[in-house]
Design a protein around this ligand. Structure first.
Ligand code: GLN
Length: 256
């Protein structure tokens, strides 16, 4: 038996994070990290730092041992070919991911990993990539790519802004709630005007950009949930979101 290397640690926690440190795990940054998705992790780290908390950023790539102790999980998008590359490893860690999801660990899943947390992705060339079934949804590759700025609205997070670029079209099972209703762009598919999915403490979305710089409400939901689970509370004051607000207005005004 070979010992798998452990998930690599990108940034050690600051030596004295006054209020405690969250362990944030980025899934497959080598293959599943397009259109700036890694920015989501940087936003989480920065919003913690502004409030006196630390972040330890871990990466899980194919072949790594899955870390024992994780407070928040982030996954990005990727090419169909990248999704094929990671599928075997993803199925290996699926039992852990399922337990963490059911237990309420906050997760942000974007595009390619959103699709693979579902039941199946049948790509445009007929390849079937089985998903890990955490989310009851299926994805079918289409001939048309859905590309452009998206504005969607949700009761929980207000207006959500991001950028989509995918050929897969996702359909949610009956019991699964969409994250938001699309006002501009496509979202999950070309028909339903649904964007993303919302399950336990998982936020799943097609939106890149990356998503969190323009959507502080989602970033803070993930951080608050993780901090309350770990420390019993979250002190969330002291953040100036005026630049995020400007970026939202700018993106929302783009023709596409
Ligand atoms: N390869 C998938 C698709 O095209 C996911 C793309 C993405 O992550 N942006 O549907």
């Amino acid at each position: 038996m070979t010992d798998a290397p452990s998930a690599s640690s990108l940034s050690e926690a600051p030596s004295d994070p006054a209020k405690g440190t969250l362990r944030i795990l980025q899934l497959y940054p080598r293959e599943m990290n397009i259109y700036g998705d890694y920015g989501n992790v940087l936003v989480l780290r920065q919003r913690l730092a502004w409030r006196g908390y630390g972040a330890e950023i871990l990466e899980h790539n194919a072949g790594d041992a899955f870390p024992d102790d994780v407070d928040l999980i982030v996954g990005g998008g990727g090419q169909d070919s990248g999704q094929v590359v990671i599928q075997e490893d993803l199925h290996g860690i699926a039992p852990r991911l399922r337990d963490l999801a059911e237990d309420g660990t906050p997760m942000l899943l974007i595009c390619g990993l959103y699709q693979l947390f579902g039941n199946e992705f049948r790509t445009n060339d007929g390849t079937v990539i089985p998903g890990i079934g955490v989310l009851d949804l299926e994805t079918r590759g289409g001939t048309e790519r859905l590309i452009g700025n998206v504005v969607a609205t949700s009761e929980e997070f207000g207006e959500i802004h991001g950028y989509e670029n995918h050929s897969g079209q996702t359909f949610l099972g009956e019991g699964l709630k969409p994250l938001a209703t699309v006002l501009k762009g496509a979202g999950n598919n070309a028909e339903e005007k649904h964007e993303g999915a919302r399950y336990r403490n998982i936020v799943a979305s097609y939106l890149h950009g990356s998503l969190l710089p323009k959507n502080p409400a989602i970033a803070d939901f993930l951080l608050r949930t993780a901090a309350e689970r770990k420390f019993g509370s979250f002190e969330d004051g002291g953040v100036d979101d005026s630049l995020a607000e400007l970026a939202r207005r700018h993106a929302g005004a783009r023709p596409r």
